[in-house]
Design a protein around this ligand. Structure first.
Ligand code: ADP
Length: 642
């Protein structure tokens, strides 16, 4: 059968890895099930006992009828006759006691069974979730492009939950039903094999029918899942862009688009529903035929002796047991179809989970890597080459040396490779050739935690976690006390506005808390970096998108932050980096100019022209520069369209 009910989607980032997962369910039980096998064994055993006890009342009822009413049979053949009372009323009471006992004991076993299965599935689910999350944190940054974030959220929530559903309900039901079918089948055959054959005639038909049903419904469920994905993306997108929708006056257009995707979801669902609602009535008909056959033939048998080619005797009690048990027998067969369905969904989910787990990390930590030891924080880029894809170099021949405490600014048009160069220092990626050294140590040979402890990062795109202002400032340092936090905030020019927040440093911020402006968030980020106190600092376009006054405040706090630290800075506003010890100008991934602000202005190259643009001297720029800028913009736009 196909195993693809949940794998649809052309842009599946883990497709390749998933193809390598041999049998995801075997792997799941092997890696995660072993440690919890005690619970599983207890659950299976309890399931067997619970089911057998469930069957006791109808069996006892049949025996009671034959023994008490007809009085012609050895009563309870499996008990020593000495414990069985001889008078009919006593026998009835005794029987009542046995039935009550079987209910009680059955309840206890049901409890144990549920405890076992739930404990088994919850433990596995918890460990799979945390392992998947840990793995996700180690994935390359490429994976966090928007499209794939949704995919990963879906693995972490939907797929892990679907595993739970199978491990809990599916496994539980599978054992329960197997025991039941086996026990009832054996019992019926022992009591009267001829009638048992008749009763079981519909079983193969039901099995075949269920199998076909599952095959037919699965692609429909896949359609439902993908259409719900489209619907959610559309809604999410429209909520995010509500301002554009209102200002562009496109409410009606968007309503139509939502109508379209919602209709798609409706159609997909309806396709599944039309198949699903036929299943149970059809099953009822098949099992009804079996029931009527057993009832008619059995009834004639009891009343007038064996009909047609049947032979032997059938007592009324046996007949009642047959009727009762055959009803319990048919429905489990129907449920097997659903269990197979659950199994396949769980298997698809496990494949997605292991697909993610098997994704190789580009940053492999050397097992005997040393701790980075930073003395004065000098950084050297030694003929570095790097490309996101293996063949295409994005940056090449990157060579420079920054002494401890100095500032190097990277300048160049968008897409020149500035951020890429600095990501290599943070080891978001490893270089393809050459080396990056900190105080003489090649960073590819040191542990990631030690590197990231010494290299701080402040970006333009500041993210605040859900929590208080203080928690956000101490994020990564954790053990700092309030005094240190306030000092850091003061140095970051953030103390004033934090004090004015409703609860000061204890104000909740982040998505559900107080909304802070971009400039305020950035100063919190700077306070975080001041507190962390790294020897080396990376500032990524740290002062774009804010008003002049805020920029001045941020600049003051940055000056304090970068004092005495080796600093790498990318800034679009050249005025903020004109005092840098070195300015390196990048174009198309290569260094085209380097020097101090004064040197570069004198050279009258790319830097001088960029400076001219920012000083408003557009008329004085050479035509060649403007043509190249237009060409560059065109390629950047193309890339954005991809
Ligand atoms: P800058 O910081 O100078 O604007 P970047 O370093 O961000 O430039 O980008 C340099 C080039 O690398 C661009 O062509 C960009 O499209 C490409 N690039 C950036 N990030 C990725 C990525 N994660 N995967 C593939 N290409 C990327």
């Amino acid at each position: 059968m196909s195993t693809a009910p949940d794998n649809e989607g052309d842009d599946d980032p883990f497709e390749e890895q998933r193809a390598d997962v041999d049998n995801a369910m075997v792997q799941l039980f092997d890696e995660y099930g072993r440690d919890h096998s005690f619970q599983a064994v207890v659950a299976v055993l309890a399931s067997v006992f619970a089911r057998v006890l469930d069957l006791a009342p109808p069996v006892l009822l049949g025996l009671a009828i034959d023994s008490v009413i007809q009085g012609n049979k050895a009563f309870l053949p499996f008990l020593p006759q000495s414990v069985v009372p001889s008078s009919k009323p006593d026998r009835l009471l005794f029987m009542g006691g046995l039935i009550a006992g079987s209910f009680l004991l059955g309840a206890a076993f049901h409890w144990i069974r549920n405890w076992g299965f739930n404990s088994f599935s919850q433990h596995i689910q918890h460990r799979v979730r945390t392992d998947t999350y840990d793995k996700m944190q180690r994935l390359n940054m490429d994976f966090f492009a928007t499209k794939q974030t949704g995919e990963m959220m879906s693995i972490l929530s939907n797929d892990v939950n679907r595993l739970e559903r199978f491990l809990n309900d599916g496994l539980n039901s599978a054992f329960r039903l197997s025991v039941m079918v086996l026990a009832i089948g054996v019992y019926l055959f022992v009591v009267n094999w001829q009638l048992a054959v008749l009763t079981m005639l519909p079983v193969p038909i039901i099995a075949l029918f269920t199998y076909r049903f599952v095959n037919a419904i699965q692609p429909k469920y896949a359609d439902v899942r993908s259409s719900v994905g489209h619907l959610n993306s559309r809604l999410e997108n429209n909520l995010g862009g509500i301002q554009v929708i209102k200002t562009s006056n496109t409410e009606r257009y968007e309503s139509d688009r939502v109508d379209d995707v919602s209709q798609g979801y409706f159609d997909a669902n309806w396709g599944a529903i039309t198949i699903r609602i036929k299943f149970f009535p059809a099953l009822r008909i098949i099992s009804g035929v079996g029931f009527v056959l057993t009832f008619v033939i059995g009834g004639i048998w009891v009343a007038t002796g064996p009909p047609m080619f049947f032979s032997g005797t059938l007592d009324p009690g046996e007949f009642v047991t047959f009727i009762l048990l055959s009803q319990q027998f048919i429905w489990p067969m129907a449920q097997f179809g659903q269990i197979i369905n659950m199994y396949q969904r769980a298997r698809a989910s496990s494949e997605r989970i292991f697909g993610l787990m098997n994704e190789p990390s580009r940053i492999e930590e050397n097992p005997d890597a040393d701790e980075l030891v930073v003395d004065d924080g000098g950084v050297v880029y030694d003929d570095v080459r790097f490309g996101y894809d293996d063949d295409d170099a994005i940056v090449e021949h990157i060579d420079f040396q920054v002494d401890g405490g100095d500032t190097l600014a990277l300048v160049g048009p968008t897409g020149a490779g500035k951020s890429t160069v600095l990501k290599l220092l943070l080891r978001m990626y490893d270089v393809d050739a050459g080396a990056v050294r900190v105080d003489g140590q090649d960073i590819s040979g040191v542990t990631l935690p030690s590197l990231r402890r010494h290299v701080g990062y402040v970006s333009q795109d500041t993210f605040l976690f859900y929590g208080t202002v203080e928690e956000n400032i101490t994020y990564g340092t954790f053990d700092a006390d309030r005094e240190a936090v306030v000092d850091a905030a003061k140095a970051a020019e953030a103390h004033e506005f934090i004090q004015n927040l409703p609860d000061g440093y204890d104000t909740e911020v982040g998505e559900r808390g107080v909304k802070l402006s971009g400039g305020q968030r950035q100063r919190i980020d700077i306070a975080r970096a001041i507190l962390k106190d790294p020897e080396i600092l990376v500032l990524d376009e740290a002062t774009s998108d804010v008003d002049t006054e805020t920029e001045m405040l941020i600049q003051r706090s940055l000056d304090r932050l970068t004092e005495d630290r080796t600093t790498f800075s990318i800034a679009h506003r050249l005025s903020t980096i004109k005092d840098a010890d070195q300015i390196v100008v990048l174009e198309d991934g290569e260094i085209v100019e380097r020097g101090t602000h004064a040197d570069l202005l004198g050279d009258e190259g790319l830097y001088a022209n960029l400076w001219g643009v920012q000083a408003g001297e557009i008329d004085e720029l050479p035509d060649e520069f403007i043509e190249r800028a237009a060409k560059r913009q065109a390629t950047v736009d193309d890339q954005d369209d991809d």
